[in-house]
Design a protein around this ligand. Structure first.
Ligand code: NAP
Length: 320
């Protein structure tokens, strides 16, 4: 019997063809809806490999009953949806998709920053709703980006790519990680500061840290109060890094000026969520890495990782 591979979302046939020639492959048939939990559990029980989305919970319950499972290839660089400890105990290899999405996600992060500060979405809505009656001096006046200070919380691969873009806009770039990056400081001209200094000094606070036990809820009322009241907060990492209720209050009180969000505590966020009622919030449906080329590269990398593990080789991008 051929090993069974379950793919939790409908992917293009051309991408999965190499797997189909060697393995018994099944895909959840929908492109735009998540596989129900009970089906995922049932498929995992007989699967040697799973190709998962960041919205699929690969937890202890799933892993405990997956007796044949050798590899979970997650279509994302983040792996906060996976219980790594349980996977290690069970000897299941976890892979992710770093690097191939770095530049694309940096583009989107910068686009979100620009759209929020220059009110691009509001302006588009304004003109399409027929509200543009005359040119006026302060019509939809936004905030400058060039020569301002960007503070990156979690400056890894994507953060560095965002920093390079910021340098092209003559911005000063500060960053805060758990450890310093002397090489990046030298080559990119970025400056390491404490988390509190990022909050106090930045015109744009950009979050690009992974979601883990240390970063969960890192941004609370206190952190927003420490920011400039002209500051714009950008989160292109994971929603749970931010207490959304605190962000909402900070925006309403005017502790900060705006927010650009690609990620949310609960995804999809409901359309009547109070954050979405605010003009100073630009919201995107978690599309950081979503360019056609990059998504294809990510899918291909997942396929290659599965092939490698099932053949007994090392995968290209295992999560350590
Ligand atoms: P990466 O290269 O691993 O960078 C993560 C950085 O975060 C590292 O420099 C790390 O440095 C820092 N970090 C970790 N824990 C921290 C903490 N407690 N406080 C401050 N900094 C911390 O990852 P990446 O490829 O740049 O991706 C970053 C994250 O972006 C991913 O984990 C994912 O959740 C998110 N992402 C979102 C999208 C999207 O569609 N919106 C797309 C891709 C990625 P230290 O270890 O020194 O702290």
């Amino acid at each position: 019997m051929k090993p069974f591979i379950y793919i939790t979302r409908k992917l293009p046939e051309a991408v999965v063809a190499p797997l189909k020639s060697e393995f018994d492959v099944e895909m959840w048939e929908k492109e735009d809806a998540q596989v129900p939990r009970d089906i995922l559990l049932e498929k995992a029980e007989k699967a040697s490999a799973l190709l998962t989305m960041l919205s699929d919970k690969v937890d202890r319950e799933l892993l405990q009953n997956a007796s044949y499972l050798k590899v979970v290839a997650n279509l994302a660089v983040g792996f906060d949806n996976i219980d790594l400890e349980a996977a290690k105990e069970k000897g299941v290899t976890i892979t992710n998709t770093p690097d191939v999405l770095t530049e694309t996600t940096a583009d989107l992060t910068f686009a979100l920053l620009m759209a929020t500060s220059r009110r691009v979405v509001e302006a588009d809505r304004y003109i399409k709703e027929g509200k543009w009656k005359s040119w006026s001096p302060l019509l939809l006046a936004g905030t400058d980006i060039h020569h301002k200070t960007m503070g990156i919380v979690g400056m890894g691969s994507i953060g560095e790519a965002v920093a390079r873009r910021a340098k092209g806009f003559n911005m000063e770039v500060l960053y805060h990680n758990r450890s310093r990056k002397p090489e990046a400081e030298e080559t990119l001209g970025v400056r390491y500061v404490s988390f509190d200094d990022i909050l106090a000094q930045s015109d744009f606070v950009v979050v690009l840290a992974p979601l883990n036990t240390e970063t969960q809820g890192m941004f609370q009322e206190d952190q927003f109060r420490k920011m400039k009241n002209t500051a714009i907060f950008i989160n292109a990492a994971r929603g749970a890094i931010v207490n959304e209720a605190a962000l909402l209050q900070a925006l309403k009180r005017g502790d900060i000026a705006g927010a650009g969000l690609d990620v949310f505590e609960t995804e999809p966020i409901s359309e009547d969520h109070p954050l979405l009622q605010l003009d100073q919030v630009v919201a995107l449906p978690h599309i950081g890495s979503s360019s056609k080329d990059t998504r294809l590269d990510m899918m291909t990398l997942c396929v290659e990782n599965i092939q490698a593990v099932l053949k007994g080789d090392n995968p290209k991008t295992a999560v350590k």
